[in-house]
Design a protein around this ligand. Structure first.
Ligand SMILES: [Cu+2]
Length: 112
């Protein structure tokens, strides 16, 4: 269960690239990677701005596992000392939290 989030993201990425060939590749070329550091049970920065197609990359600097979880959107497990990512979809403000530490809160402001 804990591995599912990362596995899902890793399984979906290559399929997306295969499925939509040129148009998606053009989009992907301009897509950004936005890094969020997890340190001392906090997402830093807690609020990031992103566009659809951008990647959020969480770097876990803690000695415990965390997740970045937004119900219905994504559920990424970020093991201690490792990273995890998701591709941004949709529009508007997406709140997320850590399933293990509900006090940890972050937000992705998705705009165009
Ligand atoms: Cu956590």
């Amino acid at each position: 269960m804990r591995v599912m989030g990362v596995m899902t993201v890793m399984a979906i990425l290559p399929k997306l690239c295969l499925a939509a060939a040129l148009s998606l590749c053009a989009t992907a070329a301009s897509a950004a990677t936005i890094e969020v550091t997890i340190e001392k049970l906090e997402f830093k920065p807690a609020v990031v701005k992103a566009r659809p197609g951008d990647t959020i990359l969480w770097q876990n600097r803690d000695v415990m596992d965390h997740t970045a979880t937004s119900k219905g959107n994504f559920d990424v497990v970020i093991p201690a000392g490792k990273s995890g990512s998701t591709v941004v979809k949709g529009d508007g403000a997406v709140d997320y939290t850590c399933r293990y530490h509900p006090n940890m809160r972050g937000q992705i402001e998705v705009g165009r």
